[in-house]
Write a protein that binds this ligand. Sequence first.
Ligand code: GAR
Length: 192
Amino acid sequence: MRIVVLVSGTGSNLQAVLDAVAEGTLDVDIAAVGADRPGTLGVQRAAEAGYPTFVVNFRDYAVRSEWNAALTEKVASYSPDIVLSSGFMRIVDEHFINTFEGRYLNTHPALLPSFPGAHGVRDALAYGVKVTGCTVHIADAGVDTGPILAQAAVEVLEDDTEESLHERIKVQERRLLIETLDRISTRGLPAL
Ligand code: GAR
């Protein structure tokens, strides 16, 4: 199973995938890792692990649709079976979604459909929920919407900050992501 991973920042979830592949606990072929801006730690991690990387810089395009078209073309050039948004903080358009229909996965640090968007952890904490978690789902053209593949719950502690809660969520998120990729690589995507 060939995957292209998209990142915007730290790439700690990506690192867990790279480690699982290196250890032989996850049998996927990482075709490339790409970002929407230069200088991400995520792309650096992939390059250090010896994988092809690319940047389709959002700021290089005057119009969002042109960036979307360039990103779609670049990702498609690696012929992925699965495209994984792992902390990729840009909304992609219908052209991208249609090109990789049903094969574009996203991981989100909340129990969707609660708390979508760029601040899932902060929003859950601000609301005062006692349990939150993470979700791996097939992404459609919405913001963190689409069929859910797997979820894990994480308890919110009295003295949690956004950072401490996100760190505990990420522990579950990495496990969930690797389990989900492993399941898809061995059994395929579930019929929806
Ligand atoms: C992850 O928790 C991921 O779920 C979240 O960004 C973090 C990236 O961390 N994504 C979203 O909030 C998407 N709406 P990482 O770069 O260290 O893997």
